[in-house]
Design a protein around this ligand. Sequence first.
Ligand code: PLZ
Length: 449
Amino acid sequence: MTELTGGPGLPQERRVVTAVPGPESQKLWARKQATVADGVGAVLPVFVRRAGGGVLEDVDGNSLIDLGSGIAVTSVGNSAEAVVRRAGAQLEAFTHTCAMVAPYEPYVEVCEQLAALTPGDHAKKSALFNSGAEAVENAVKIARVYTGRQAVVVFDHGYHGRTNLTMALTAKNMPYKHGFGPFAPEVYRVPLAYPYRWLTGPENCAQEAAAQAIDQITKQIGAENVAAMIIEPVLGEGGFIEPAKGFLPAMAEFARENGIVFVADEIQSGFCRTGQWFACEDEGIVPDLITTAKGIAGGLPLAAVTGRAEIMDAAHSGGLGGTYGGNPVACAAALGAIETMKELDLPARARRIGEVMKSRLTAMAEKHEVIGEVRGRGAMIAIELVKPGSKDPDPQATAALAKACHQEGVLVLTTGTYGNVMRFLPPLVIGEDLLNEALDVLENALAAL
Ligand code: PLZ
């Protein structure tokens, strides 16, 4: 089956040999329509045959430059050598015992790595789960049992998952929540320091937003009733929003003063993506708990809650778990992904990607008024598209631009509360030539818009 081998050896090129989607993808799409629930959509109806490095190859033989990494997951590239080697060996040794029934070393080793890599030099413990949403739910369980309090504070534009509790924690209605209620109680949303859209402008955004958030918490909830405050250090689905500098430290400090468990949701921003191991390091934040998933395991499903040992140990034995949480193959894959991140110094690669992208996107923004802002960090970069001469969101232009890129063989994703943010999440191992070629395609598509 050499023909089907993906991974780092796959030719690193953009190649468009049919319409996108091509005839084979269209046939598969028809089968999908007949048998897969309509609620499960697809950004691009192209069926993947193999993938690796910075490209996805489809069933028609097109090779697309990947600027999505499966939503910030394949940071080490698809089928990365160390991931395949370690997960493969684990597959042959055993596939599952259930960590709650009979444990195994890879689970412990992942928790050791998490303790070493996450911010802060306090004693830390972890628990492993299958998905980001499950990690966030468990962070709330742990914070509640530790504090004996119930309320949870989240922020405007926040995204934390699609399960019932995490839908409640997520800000945006369509498509995540619409029709799926009622939602879990004791969830309270407060303002976020979103510099581009702060009404009085970006200068005082951090202080004003923090003051408003703290006022709402103290007056509407009562700080003494709050178990946890959950925030993404760089917001993902909300539109790659970097909270104005100073906002995160102010909120973390307020949480500390009031015995509130401060949870950094680094599911999208973590594991080298923003040019640090974790995005909260940029402002020296040491969260009480940190949730991770996505990039942690090179594409296999794994998630974690990591934090202060005394908080993590508050849940009684048997209170945390699940059949598959910390599956041995996923743990082995995570150890392979972490090995790759260290060996290739992927935080540095992410910073370099950020430099290349930001300088080129800033030049594009100078020519094209439709780009209202270029923002983000490392390999988590976005442009916010607006109607020229205003800050009115332009989701139509965003969708048209994405479509034009897709047709030319560049996979880009859109996001944001207003659907007007184009986000770029390349695998951190992408070659610089390929990255520049993708940006050429974007530049041409912008000119043709
Ligand atoms: N927290 C910060 O980004 C997942 C969602 C894609 P799961 N983001 C991608 C979609 O439309 O479903 C995410 C996140 C942050 C939590 C989650 C949830 O992680 O692994 O998708 O459950």
